[in-house]
Design a protein around this ligand. Structure first.
Ligand SMILES: NC(=O)c1ccc[n+]([C@@H]2O[C@H](COP(=O)([O-])OP(=O)(O)OC[C@H]3O[C@@H](n4cnc5c(N)ncnc54)[C@H](O)[C@@H]3O)[C@@H](O)[C@H]2O)c1
Ligand SMILES: [Zn+2]
Ligand SMILES: [Zn+2]
Length: 394
């Protein structure tokens, strides 16, 4: 089959690889019909490169049709249409039962001391072959695959794999009071969807911040008040405070993560680390500060006293100096983590009917064949020409 594989830093190719099989009794194999390209893939493209191996299949946002099931799978059948969450969870351990599927006791990676296995997400998360491929092996298929109706376009459901539950969790964790205010940093797919979810769940004021003009325009058409962080943090803080009685918003969602703009020196360091020999680089990422904290720092300064910061942007380094004094003094609540898909999917599914409340059907900016992956990654990283969300059509 054809699959999108990682070959090196900023080197992604479409190659022919062996077809996956149902190897374990609880496996299934799906024929992938749609598969998202995510801001998380961009971290692997460069900064987290030291944890990738040439030949790793990328991708973690798939949906498709069941082709084959293992002998222990009884509730799924060939022909079923399913969405596969980006994480693998067991569904019955204490963590899963508390809605923390990304911390699953039975799929966590003890060797790396990380949470649940993630598709296409490096040796940090189990090196599980990913979803930007014609076919994909689904682990613990019964507990994980979400069956969706056979009709309606893929776009209606594909974001259940990651974007929707991530945005939903970001908003739930932000704990915005009814009619309250939230600032969303980063207006990529996750930030845009978080704005929509916040509006849907009753936020009174939604502010959006992103340096990319067309991403601001996109959010503004949804009623978000938008700001450009490149104008300088002080001006940004002042403008948003003026709109919130001088206090700052009740909550701030960081949908940017470790590759924030506005931090030239760390950007250079990240580039340098991603090009070092693998072992040295991996050690450095694990033990040193490789994150660009511009967005997180803005969140800490911006949120009102006693407010909540909800991080969905991915961070990876260990010893970044954080303004603990400010965090403590402002009595800030900080919540974060990979999204727990099964925790939120039941709340989201009813919104994916004809009314398309969250506007998922025209959310993608590009539909691309797997053969176009190399170019698609390059353009998505550059954030130019209106590229916003690419969905591969294998
Ligand atoms: N927690 C989860 O489960 C989960 C799931 C999916 C994605 N993510 C993470 O969420 C983040 C966003 O993902 P995405 O797909 O929307 O990616 P993206 O890269 O398209 O979005 C990031 C956006 O942040 C903007 N940005 C950069 N610097 C900024 C700054 N200083 N201030 C404000 N905005 C800034 C960029 O212009 C971009 O639009 C990534 O870190 C991704 O890894 C987390
Ligand atoms: Zn994703
Ligand atoms: Zn579990």
């Amino acid at each position: 089959m054809k699959a999108v594989v990682w070959n090196g830093v900023r080197d992604v190719r479409t190659e022919t690889v062996p077809d996956p099989r149902a190897e374990e009794p609880d496996d299934a194999v799906i024929r992938v019909t749609s598969s998202g390209l995510c801001g998380s893939d961009l971290h692997l493209y460069e900064v987290l490169g030291p944890f990738m191996n040439p030949g790793d299949i990328l991708g973690h946002e798939p949906m498709g049709v069941v082709e084959e099931v293992g002998s222990a799978v009884t509730s799924l059948n060939p022909g079923d249409r399913v969405v596969v969450p980006f994480q693998v969870s067991c569904g019955h351990c204490l963590m899963c039962e508390t809605g923390l599927q990304t911390q699953c006791d039975n799929t966590k990676n003890d060797e790396q001391n990380t949470g649940a296995g993630l598709y296409g997400y490096s040796s940090l998360y189990g090196s599980i072959p990913g979803a930007q491929a014609e076919y994909m092996r689904v682990l613990r298929a019964e507990q994980n695959a979400i069956r969706v109706p056979r009709d309606g376009p893929d776009e209606r459901y594909v974001y259940l794999s990651d974007v929707l539950p991530t945005a939903w969790q970001a908003v739930r964790y932000a704990d915005i009071p009814e009619g309250g205010s939230v600032a969303v940093l980063g207006l990529g797919p996750i930030g845009q969807m978080a704005c929509r979810v916040a509006e849907h769940l009753g936020a009174g004021q939604v502010f959006g911040v992103d340096p990319v003009p067309d991403r601001r325009v996109r959010a503004a058409t949804q009623g978000v008040e938008v700001f450009d962080p490149s104008q300088g943090t002080d001006d940004l803080l002042q403008e948003i405070r003026e709109r919130t009685d001088g206090r700052g918003p009740d909550a701030v969602i960081d949908a940017v993560g470790m590759e924030a703009s506005g931090h030239g020196a760390v950007r250079l360091a990240q580039r340098a680390v991603s090009l070092m020999p693998k072992e040295t680089a991996a050690k450095l990422v694990e033990t040193a500060g490789i994150d660009r904290l511009a967005a997180l720092r803005t969140a800490i300064d911006l949120v009102r006293r006693g407010g909540t910061i909800s991080l969905s942007g991915v961070y990876g380094g260990m010893v970044d100096p954080l303004p603990m004094l400010t965090l403590f003094d402002k009595q800030i609540q900080l919540r974060m983590g990979q999204a727990n898909v099964h925790q939120w999917a039941p709340q989201i599914l009813p919104l994916l009917d004809e009314e398309d409340v969250l506007g998922v059907e025209d959310f993608a900016s590009d539909h691309v064949a797997l053969q176009g992956a190399s170019e698609a990654y390059r353009r998505f990283q550059a954030k130019k020409d209106g590229i916003f969300k690419t969905v591969f059509k294998p």
